[in-house]
Design a protein around this ligand. Structure first.
Ligand SMILES: Nc1ncnc2c1ncn2[C@@H]1O[C@H](COP(=O)(O)OP(=O)(O)OP(=O)(O)O)[C@@H](O)[C@H]1O
Length: 918
């Protein structure tokens, strides 16, 4: 930073005589010798001295000797000088110094009326140096505006009676304080300006606010020190270098002697304070001139404010205004002496460049970082350029940048749409599942009702059971009706959700993110499909469980029916009352049972006969299991189970695939009838039934078979085949009801041992197992062909002797009317292996149900026939003791019957049923 030690520039301006002075014809005490020199109190012009009319050669001794002091200053302006001349010589150079960053001060000094204000402010015809300097300043600012940025603020203060006032706001007094930057006026706010005119307006405003009072010397005497300051902040646009400078224009109050003003009272006090501050100023100037270190700036507020201008970092110009009149001889002399003293003051000036406090290391680091950033950006640019070229070569459309916000908006919409769809799907499936399960229960109950109507003895028991079944069916119907509103509501919501999804899909295809969103929606579709699959699986499991319970019930009915049938067969044969019709039915029953045994697949050819014979189909099961007909939503997704026929709500049949559409089976008229079976009934239809068709041949189905009995020579080959088929896990149904009384079993063994040795013990053992054990393999319907010794017959393992056990008969009747309580249990070793079989059991149930119908009808017919014969036999042999070992067949039968009765109650009931009278 450049520093320079310079003296204060002192200029003396001599004003012309004013009118008042001219009237008094004073002597001119100032003689301007040249531009920098004047002579104070020069000799007067050589006026000739005459004494008594004679010119004298010696001076008039009555007159004072002239000082004829020659004084030299930086600039001396005579009375012809104008303000412009003053500006050009004194302040214009200061403007350049200001622009170079130096603080500058101009203050005018002089006695009252010496022309200070005239020099500083001037008038309209002759603007003062302040105006001219400011104009020059703004001219320089405009010239440098391309390279620098300027901020300009001004302040205008006055020190009156030692009080600092703000002339621009007419406020104060303000306090002075000192900091590192020098003396600061507390609370002073700079007024920012942008042009010279603004500055002059503010200057005029301040002047109007300045304290002025007329004195003898000056009608408009300024009675205060006025300090006009321009604060300029300059910023180099290229380098960012900052400079703050201050230009001070100070118009001091008159430095006249108090006596000369002839002031009194307030004016005297003004004068005293003015002189005090000027005295302090004089002292400071003297000490500064003498080079003393301690300068008494604090003696007055004026010197405090001018401290920087006098002895600090400032280029200062002092313009001493003097009057040439001898009337102000002393004031002029004092002014000149002050000016001469001020000339000796040296100030040290330096450029006010704001130093940068940023460490060099920081700057180096910053530069390095920026260099690295430039390199990184260059590499990135090159990479992008390479991409662009590559895309141009491959004609590939550059992938659109993913707009995260847009993507999130889309995914939120899709999520919301699919959440609604999933909810609707779940409700629809649940309601549809419930509807179908209820319909299934209704059908099962109606089958039970049919059996109950058939299997009855006197009708009273049956009507009570039928009423219960009908009540249960009615409850199911009410449940179906009650959920109809819910189903319709959720169906509408499902359809709306599907429409929304389709509309959204269309929007997605039109969007700029279509490729991403299509994939996203496909995933959502898969979620819906998975949810449907889960719902469908749960539905099928419920069906399977219901059928498994039904199946177990029928097995028990069949078990007891088999025992009754066999006993009745033996009895009829014993009575020789068998006819061909009954025998054919029994044989058919046996044949049906044989087909049931073992495990076989649906496409097994041996099943074809059975299928055609029983007219059984799984088509009705398919309809029950199928849930996809609750909406047309399946159009958008692949079918969950191949081959599952879907039924629309409006009743139109629709296949999942084209292949299925061409399926002639599905287009059968009977299909529509069958679908109607599962529609919600307004009132429960009594005509519901498992209608059998021959469809569903395309789906492999596992049916359950039990092993063929191994007794009898002719069954060895069949046993081998059956054993091979039994590699699959077996489901063993156990009747948890109490086993028949041991007495019955023992009597059977006894009967076999005593009456039919050809049957062997194994047959008796088998007979033992048949009773009380629910293994369907053991609950046989093997009935002899009518020839006991026919070992080649399929019916070789016939129990020749038997009777009609009232226990067994009663159980058949009860269980057929749905009174029996059954429990399903699966052997541990089969639990993990056989669950799938549970779901496939309904076919077996249908078959067993048909057989049960046949057997029950046969039992009843045989019973009624037997009752008539027994009545006749009893009547003819009434004299034969019941305990005798008569050789007659009838007597044997009667004895066996009675021997099997445990107590009187049973015996009486048996006799009543058999028509035997005591
Ligand atoms: N150089 C000049 N040329 C013509 N007239 C002048 C000049 N200097 C001063 N005058 C006139 O003299 C009178 C007094 O001048 P001015 O008011 O400037 O004195 P001053 O020093 O400011 O007095 P005070 O200290 O009392 O304010 C004014 O009328 C002014 O016009």
């Amino acid at each position: 930073m450049a520093t320079d030690s310079r003296k204060i520039k002192v200029a003396v301006r001599v004003r012309p005589f004013n009118d008042q002075e001219k009237e008094k014809n004073p002597r001119n005490i100032i003689k301007v010798l040249d531009k920098s020199t004047l002579m104070f109190d020069p000799d007067e012009d050589e006026d000739e001295f005459f004494f008594h009319g004679v010119k004298q050669t010696h001076r008039d001794i009555t007159k004072r000797v002239k000082k004829k002091l020659t004084m030299e200053y930086d600039d001396v302006f005579d009375n012809t000088a104008t303000n412009a001349d003053i500006h050009e010589a004194c302040t214009k150079p200061l403007v350049q110094s200001v622009m170079n960053g130096y603080n500058c001060s101009v203050f005018v000094y002089g006695a009252t009326g010496a022309g200070k204000t005239h020099t500083m402010l001037g008038n309209e015809n002759c603007p003062g140096i302040t105006f001219l300097t400011m104009k020059e300043l703004f001219r320089e600012i405009d010239a440098l505006s391309d390279v620098r940025k300027f901020d300009i603020g001004i302040s205008y203060l006055e020190v009156y009676n030692e009080l600092v006032m703000n002339l621009l706001t007419k406020s104060g007094p303000l306090k002075l304080r000192e900091d590192a930057n020098g003396v600061v006026v507390s609370g002073l706010v700079l007024k920012q300006i942008h042009s010279a005119n603004e500055l002059l307006d503010l200057l005029a405003l301040g002047n109007r606010n300045r304290t002025q009072h007329p004195t003898d010397a000056n009608a408009e005497s300024s009675r205060s020190h006025a300090i006009f300051q321009v604060h300029i902040r300059m910023v180099e646009k290229k380098t960012g270098q900052k400079r703050t400078v201050k230009l001070s224009m100070i118009d001091l109050a008159g430095s006249e002697r108090a006596a000369s003003t002839k002031g009194l009272g307030a004016r005297f006090k003004e004068g005293a304070n003015i002189n005090k501050s000027l005295l302090a100023l004089g002292n400071c100037i003297n000490k500064l001139a003498d080079g003393l270190k301690h300068i008494p700036y604090r003696d007055s507020n004026l010197t405090r404010i001018l401290k920087d201008s006098l002895g600090g970092n400032c280029q200062t110009v002092m313009i001493a205004n003097i009057s040439p009149s001898s009337l102000t001889y002393d004031d002029t002399y004092n002014t000149l002496k002050y000016a001469s003293r001020a000339k000796k003051i040296r100030t040290t000036v330096r450029q006010n460049i704001v130093p940068s406090n940023v460490p060099k290391e920081f700057l180096v680091k910053k530069v390095n970082e920026q260099a690295e950033e430039i390199e990184r950006l260059k590499a990135k640019l090159a990479e992008l350029e390479e991409h662009r070229k590559l895309n141009t070569l491959t004609n590939a459309t550059p992938p659109a940048a993913l707009d995260e916000t847009l993507l999130n908006t889309w995914t939120s919409r899709i999520d919301s749409c699919y959440a609604s769809l999933l909810q609707a799907v779940q409700h629809n499936y649940a309601l549809k599942s419930k509807e179908k399960l209820l319909n299934m229960r209704v059908k099962l109950k109606e089958q039970a009702e049919q059996i109950a109507r058939i299997v009855t003895l006197d009708g009273s028991q049956s009507s009570e059971d039928i009423a219960k079944i009908e009540a249960s069916i009615d409850r199911c119907g009410k449940q179906l009706a009650s959920q109809e509103i819910d189903q319709n509501r959720w169906l509408e919501r499902l359809q709306q959700a599907q429409r929304n999804r389709n509309a959204l899909r269309h929007e997605v295809l039109q969007s700029e993110l279509s490729s991403v969103l299509k994939t996203y929606m496909t995933g959502k579709d898969a979620e819906i499909a998975a949810a449907k699959a889960t719902l469908w699986k749960d539905h099928v499991l419920q069906i399977a469980f219901t059928y498994s319970q039904e199946n177990r019930l029928w097995h028990n009915i069949m078990q007891l029916s088999g025992e009754v049938i066999q006993n009745n067969y033996l009895l009829l044969r014993h009575l020789d009352r068998l006819d061909n019709v009954v025998l054919d039915k029994l044989k058919r029953l046996v044949k049906l049972n044989q087909r049931q045994r073992g495990v076989t697949f649906f496409d097994d050819e041996c099943q074809q006969d059975l299928r055609s014979e029983t007219n059984i189909t799984d088509h009705s099961i398919d309809d029950i299991a199928n849930l996809s007909d609750c909406s047309d939503d399946a159009v958008d997704f692949p079918p969950v189970v191949a081959g599952v026929k879907r039924t629309k709500i409006n009743g139109e049949s629709e296949s999942e695939t084209d292949h299925e559409t061409s399926d002639p089976v599905s287009s059968k008229p009977s299909d529509a009838v069958e679908r109607n079976v599962f529609k919600k009934p307004k009132t429960v239809s009594r005509g519901l039934s498992f209608k059998a068709t021959s469809a569903a041949a395309t789906r492999p189905t596992i049916s359950r078979r039990t092993p063929t009995k191994t007794t009898g020579h002719g069954s060895v080959a069949k046993t081998a085949v059956a054993t091979q088929r039994l590699k699959a896990p077996r489901l063993v149904v156990t009747n948890m009801m109490p086993a028949p009384a041991p007495a019955v079993a023992s009597s059977s063994r006894k009967l076999g041992a005593t009456s039919h040795t050809e049957t062997g013990d194994d047959k008796s053992d088998t007979s033992d197992e048949q009773i009380g054990v629910g293994n369907i393999a053991n609950s046989t319907f093997d009935i002899g062909s009518g020839k006991d010794d026919d070992s080649e017959s399929l019916f070789s393992n016939v129990l020749v002797e038997s009777n009609v056990d009232p226990h067994v008969l009663d159980k058949v009747l009860r269980r057929a009317s749905m009174k029996g309580k059954m429990t399903l249990s699966v052997h541990k070793e089969n639990r993990k292996k056989s669950p799938k079989r549970i779901g496939k059991s309904p076919r077996s149930i249908n078959r067993s149900g048909s057989r049960a119908n046949a057997s029950a009808t046969s039992v009843i017919n045989r019973y009624r026939m037997m009752k008539g014969k027994e009545a006749a036999a009893v009547a003819s042999s009434s004299t034969v003791p019941s305990t005798s070992s008569s050789s007659s067949t009838m007597g044997k039968a009667t004895r066996f019957v009675n021997n099997n009765l445990e107590n009187d109650s049973d015996r009486n009931r048996h006799n009543r049923l058999m028509g035997i009278k005591k």
